[in-house]
Write a protein that binds this ligand. Structure first.
Ligand code: IDP
Length: 157
């Protein structure tokens, strides 16, 4: 039986180049897996400027954009789509404040990073943004629809 629509909300998470270099890919994945979210797409890739200009279209005019672009193209990233109830908001809460220096302990940034310019992960900030970002990073057929056998234990009947 297919999950109801509210359990099929999706968000884009990127494990940024600093985290790939620091061998934190597994740690980041484990955070979302253990919460109960469902992984529906994942790949390692070297992002290029065209993709990042679309992904960060709201930030193109910011003074830090050139350094952000250099950071995000400095090595491979892992792009993932996670699915589940309230996943966009929950994932943002798990990721923590943009500035790692003030991100709360217990969040991914607060536990694993020190500075706003090397903040380990990206997560979409709204359902609409998530849909747009997923379409930049993944082809439709790269998303896998699958039912997890533990759904009643995760969400109740
Ligand atoms: P978010 O990643 O928490 O959604 P945004 O404001 O969308 O935060 O910024 C995107 C990314 O740009 C941040 O995650 C960080 O890597 C970088 N960034 C944002 N503000 C600054 C800054 O003031 N200096 C350097 N990098 C920044």
């Amino acid at each position: 039986v297919a999950a109801p629509p509210e359990l099929q909300e999706k968000t884009l998470v990127l494990v940024k180049p600093d985290a790939v270099q620091r061998r934190l890919v597994g740690t980041v994945i484990q955070r979302f897996e253990r919460r109960g979210f469902k992984l529906v797409a994942m790949k390692l890739l070297q992002a290029d400027r065209g993709l990042l200009d679309k992904h960060y279209q709201e930030l193109l005019q910011k003074p830090f954009y050139p350094s952000l672009l250099a950071y995000m193209t400095s090595g491979p990233v892992v792009a993932m789509v996670w699915e589940g109830y309230n996943v966009v908001r929950s994932t943002r809460a798990m990721v923590g404040d943009t500035d790692s220096a003030v991100a709360a302990a217990g969040t991914i940034r607060g536990d694993l990073s020190m500075h706003i310019s090397r903040n380990v992960v990206h997560a979409s900030d709204s359902v609409e943004t998530a849909q747009r970002e997923i379409s930049f990073w993944f082809q439709r057929d790269e998303l896998v629809a699958w039912e997890s056998g533990d759904r009643d234990y995760t969400y109740g009947p």
